[in-house]
Design a protein around this ligand. Structure first.
Ligand code: ZN
Length: 255
């Protein structure tokens, strides 16, 4: 069973909703694996509110290097140092994830990289290369975004989820999503594609074509999201039997 907690569900510059960031937890054998999916600059306080033991988090996936998906890393790492984390932390992402992490930590807190006090490991995940980490299977596909973004599929003990990061669905991403139980997709605008983002209608069409039963929509443009209540009937009509979730921060679900 996979448990998903939506820590943040917002876009880059939302004054109310924290950046999209998801806590993934799954049993693997007799133990549990916990991953954070994306860590934008406003995501760490949401993570801290969970009050997890400092060593619980096993790894962090970074979909791409825009700040609303990645620049919470320095705060998270330095607070781990402050709380005397000892367990290794695995940072997972596309090629260059190691350099990006070092550089961002150096900019935010110069000199801290060498003294965090716990090992930081890196795993690169690239398309067409299935990787096993902590007993989970990770596969990635490139999305259509203004900065190179990898969508991620995680398989754990017969269940799987797909997380878009940012960007429009691609044939490769859709092939990857097929057979999963949940798609978490950014849907920046209800109908208009811009800035390398997809739409609510585009994400619904993708999930229906992939035959995936559950679709969580995140990263909506702040003004458009406030109007979503008025559009829910139209969205549900379009979705048909597809279960649409528009989560609030802190929403938990299991697949
Ligand atoms: Zn982005």
């Amino acid at each position: 069973m996979i448990e998903i907690t939506f820590l943040g569900v917002g876009e880059a510059f939302d004054e109310e909703l924290p950046n999209t960031s998801i806590l993934f937890c799954s049993e693997v054998g007799t133990s549990a694996v916990t991953l954070l999916l994306d860590c934008g600059s406003t995501a760490p306080p949401q993570f801290w509110k969970e009050e997890l033991h400092v060593d619980v988090l096993d790894g962090i996936w970074i979909s791409h290097f825009h700040g609303d998906h990645s620049l919470g890393l320095p705060a998270l790492l330095v607070r781990f140092w402050e709380e005397q984390r000892s367990k290794a932390l695995t940072i997972i992402g596309q090629k260059g994830i190691d350099t990006f992490t070092r550089t961002s930590l150096d900019l935010a807190y110069p000199g801290f990289y060498k003294k965090v006090g716990f090992p930081i490991r890196y795993v690169e995940v690239e398309p067409d290369n299935e990787i096993e980490v902590f007993g989970l299977s990770l596969q990635a596909a490139e999305n259509g975004h203004s900065q190179r973004d990898l969508a991620l599929r995680i398989d754990a003990q017969g269940k799987s989820i797909y997380y878009s990061g940012d960007g429009s669905p691609t044939p490769e991403g859709m092939a990857l999503a097929k057979g999963s139980q949940l798609i978490i997709h950014e849907a920046f605008h209800p109908e208009i594609e811009f800035h390398g983002h997809t739409t609510v209608t585009g994400a619904i069409e993708m999930a229906k074509q992939c035959g995936v039963p559950n679709l969580a929509l995140v990263h909506m443009q702040r003004a458009e999201r406030r109007k979503m209540a008025n559009r829910m009937k139209q969205i549900k009509d379009l979705a048909g039997s597809l279960n649409i979730i528009i989560p609030e921060p802190g929403y938990r679900m299991r697949v």
